[in-house]
Write a protein that binds this ligand. Sequence first.
Ligand SMILES: [Zn+2]
Length: 357
Amino acid sequence: MGSQLNDAQLDWPVAGHHWAVQLLQRTLAPASDVCGRQGPSHAYLFLGIAQVGKTTLARAFAQALLCTQPGERPCGVCRACRLFQHGNHPDFRILQPLDKEGAVDRANGELRAEQAATIIHDVVLKPVEGQWRIFLVQDVHTANPSFLNKILKTLEEPPPQAILVLTALDRASVLPTIVSRCQTLELRPVDTATIQHALQAQWRASADQAAVLAHLANGRLGWAVDQLRFPERGQERLQTLETLWRLMAADRIERLAFAESTAASRNSRHLFSMLETWSLWWRDVLLVQAGCADACANIDQREQLQRVAGLLDRELVRSYLLTLRRIEGYLHHTVNTRLALDVLMLKLPRFTEGPVV
Ligand SMILES: [Zn+2]
C-alpha cells in the first residue's frame, strides 16, 4: 500500500501538503491492509495561514471518508461523491463565521453559540448515507466563548460516527483545551513552483500570469486562485502600488488627506489588502538592496524596485517596513484607523524621480 500512496494522492485536489495528504490517506486504508491502522481520529485541527489550503484539504478528506467505492478514494463518480461535489451530502456540514445578520463573514464574523447547538444536535444522529457524520468548522479562532464551551463536550466524548475537522490560523489562536482534544496538522506555506504548476494545470492560468501570482502568493494557493477568479483584484494591486508611488512623491497635506479618506471609507478588506501589497513591495526593495533580487515577489515590478532600491537609504527602507508591519498589527486591534494611517503617511520615505530629499 505504501508505494501506492504517492500515486493515490494525485487524485486529491490538493496542491502541496503531501505529508498531510499521505497521513490522512493512511486512515482510509482497509483494516486488513495496513498493520496498526487506527482509522480516522474523531477530531482534527488544521492550522495554517489564511488561504494556504486548509479547507481544500479538509473537503478532500471528508469526500474520501464518505466515498463508498473500494480502492482509491474519493472516486469522484459514486453517489456519495456526486452528492458531495454538488454540496448536497447529508452527512457533511460546514460551519463558517457569521456576521450579526447571519451572513458568512470570514473577515469579521464569529462562530456563534447557535452554530455549536446545531453541531451538538446533529452529531449524535446516525449517518444518512454512509459511515460518518463530518463537520467542518472553519476559522475556529473566530469562535466566541459560548461556542467553544458548548463544543468542548462534543470534542471530549465524540459519538463514534462523528468526525470534526476544525481549521484555524495558528495554535496560539485556539484554546489549549481545544488543541489538546484534536489531532493537529500544521500546514506550511506551499512552495512557489507547486503553486505556479497548479495555477497552470488546474486553473488554466497563462505561464506569465501563473509566475507572477505564484511569486506574490506567499505560499497561499487560495490567494492566487482568488486573483484569477476576480481579475479586478489584480487591477487593485497595480492601483495600490501606483498610489504608493504617488504618495511617496506627495507633500504632507496630500498624504494626510489620503489617510483621512482611506480611514473614512471603513473598508477593512481593502485596507488590509493595501497594507499587504505595500509590505510585500517594501520587502522586495530591501531584498534588491541586499543583492537578492531573485527572491522578490513582485517580479513584474523589477524596474521600479531597482530604481527605488538604488535611491533610498537601506536603513530607511528597513525602518519603514517595520513601521508598516507594526501598524498593520495595530489596526487589527484598534478602531483608530485614522491615527494609524497618519503615522504611516508621515513616515513614508520621500521619493521622486529626481534625487531623494
Ligand atoms: Zn466516491
